[in-house]
Each structure stands twice: as structure tokens, then as C-alpha cells.
Design a protein around this ligand. Structure first.
Ligand SMILES: NC(=O)c1ccc[n+]([C@@H]2O[C@H](COP(=O)([O-])OP(=O)(O)OC[C@H]3O[C@@H](n4cnc5c(N)ncnc54)[C@H](OP(=O)(O)O)[C@@H]3O)[C@@H](O)[C@H]2O)c1
Length: 231
């Protein structure tokens, strides 16, 4: 059975990934900060008892990661989806940005995915598919930035893109495919209710990308419609 590990699986896009992969017959390691309070995810796990297991993981917590590695032991992970992320304070224009919130977002959005990937690399390498998907954003694209602002979110996702590229190069000898993915503007707590894309549509589009991607495309940045996003 193929297995996906998803961070931030309790709501938003992460939850949609968990639901989609489980309903597609995959085993799902659904990670979130607070499993006992993850009501939707617990209900989903009851719906798919043989497929979904919940794990506690704050992606900034070394002790959570250590415990996860122990709990998973030698279980293989075909697709590791580094989905957990935050936007951070949204109204900070030039002249008002401060250090602390930036560093907090950086730890979650940029450092977290690398720490999770480093910790779980053996589980990925021993799988059939050997894939790592970092959920980035078109806002991390330097080339597409025509509006300025959003210093914190943009720079942290641009940093994640740089992490993605280096991982793709470094893990190529182990035949691990690493990509950055833009989910679109999605109706979640982060994206808001005006967003044109539902979490289900976004997860379906991104799963399609991951289903068809090859090792030759490792180190690329795709959106939910399988189009390449400029770096
Ligand atoms: N929505 C959009 O339009 C959009 C567009 C482009 C990119 N993205 C990216 O897509 C991903 C998912 O976003 P979303 O829209 O689903 O956001 P969301 O609804 O706000 O959900 C964010 C998820 O990340 C988790 N999370 C936050 N900090 C965490 C940490 N330190 N450790 C573990 N989990 C943590 C949250 O868990 P808690 O419930 O515990 O807070 C939640 O499960 C993010 O990486 C985001 O940047 C979203």
C-alpha cells in the first residue's frame, strides 16, 4: 500500500490531502499539532480506520520530530507533503516589519520542511515513489512579484523554494523527487472565503501533479494545473 505523510493535516489544504489520499486507497500518516483536538481529522480517521493514523507534530519542535521518527520506525513514506504553514502578520508594509514575527514564520514555513525531510529521509528513500512535496506559493516566486509588500510570507516561501532546489539536487543520487507546489488561492482559514478554489480541487490538482511527475522533473515548481511556476 502506498503511504503519504502530511503535515498540518487537521484543517485546510492538509485535511483535503488526508481525505483525498485515504479515499484513493493510500495509507495516511496525518500529522498535526494537536491530535486530540483535531475533530474533523479524528472523524475522518474513524471513517477510514485502516488507512489513517494521527501523529502529533509541530514542525518547529525537535522533540515532536524525534518521537515521530521513533513511532514510524521503518514505515516507508511514498509522498511526504510538507504542507503546514502560516501567513504571519498580513498588514506589515515597508517601514513596519519587525524581526520576531518574521523569524517565527521562517521557522515554520522554511526551516520546518527541511527538518521534517531530514528526519524522515530514510522512510522516503525506502518507499516506492520517493517523493517530497513542499507546499510553497506563487508569492514565493521572485519573478512573479509585481505588487511588493508581504515581506515575511514572500521571503519565507522564496526560502522554501531554495530549500526545495537544493534538496532536489542533493537527493537525486537516492532517486528522490523533490518539488515545490503552488496550491492556487484556496478557500481555507489562510486563503479566506473569497478564494476561487476549494481545498478539494486544490488537493486533487496537486495529487495529479505528484501522480505523474518523474525524477527528471525534480527541482521544479508546479501549480495545481501542472503548469510550471517561475522561480
Ligand atoms: N490558502 C491559500 O490560498 C494558499 C495559497 C498558497 C499557498 N498556501 C500554502 O498551503 C499550505 C496550507 O495552507 P492552508 O491554506 O491550508 O492554511 P490553513 O488553513 O491556515 O492551515 C494551516 C495548517 O498548518 C498548520 N500549522 C501551522 N503552523 C504549524 C506548525 N508549527 N506545526 C505544524 N502545523 C502547523 C495548522 O495547524 P493548526 O490548526 O494547529 O494551526 C494548519 O493545519 C501552507 O503552506 C500555505 O502557505 C495556501
Amino acid at each position: 500500500m502506498l503511504t503519504a505523510l502530511i503535515t498540518g493535516a487537521n484543517r485546510g489544504l492538509g485535511f483535503a490531502f488526508a481525505e483525498l489520499y485515504a479515499s484513493s486507497g493510500w495509507r495516511v500518516f496525518a500529522c498535526c499539532r494537536n491530535p486530540s483536538k483535531a475533530e474533523r481529522l479524528l472523524a475522518l480517521a474513524q471513517q477510514y480506520p485502516a488507512m489513517i493514523s494521527l501523529f502529533q507534530l509541530d514542525v518547529t519542535s525537535a522533540s515532536d520530530l524525534e518521537r515521530l521518527v521513533k513511532d514510524l520506525s521503518l514505515a516507508s513514506i511514498d509522498v511526504l507533503i510538507n504542507n503546514a504553514g502560516v501567513y504571519g502578520p498580513s498588514k506589515l508594509r515597508f517601514g513596519t516589519v519587525t524581526e520576531e514575527p518574521w523569524l517565527e514564520v521562517f521557522r515554520i514555513n522554511t526551516v520546518g520542511p527541511l527538518m521534517v525531510s531530514q528526519a524522515l529521509i530514510t522512510n522516503v528513500v525506502t518507499s516506492q515513489r520517493r517523493m517530497i512535496a513542499n507546499i510553497s506559493s506563487h508569492m514565493g516566486s521572485i519573478e512573479s512579484n509585481s505588487e511588493g509588500n508581504a515581506y515575511i510570507y514572500r521571503s519565507c516561501k522564496a526560502g522554501l523554494n531554495a530549500v526545495t532546489k537544493s534538496m532536489a539536487i542533493d537527493l537525486a543520487p537516492q532517486q528522490v523527487t523533490v518539488v515545490a507546489l503552488h496550491p492556487g488561492w484556496v478557500q481555507t482559514d489562510m486563503g479566506g472565503s473569497e478564494a476561487p478554489t476549494s481545498p478539494k480541487e486544490s488537493a486533487a490538482g496537486l495529487k495529479r501533479v505528484l501522480d505523474y511527475i518523474t525524477l527528471d522533473e525534480s527541482g521544479s515548481f508546479f501549480d495545481l494545473h501542472s503548469n510550471e511556476v517561475p522561480w
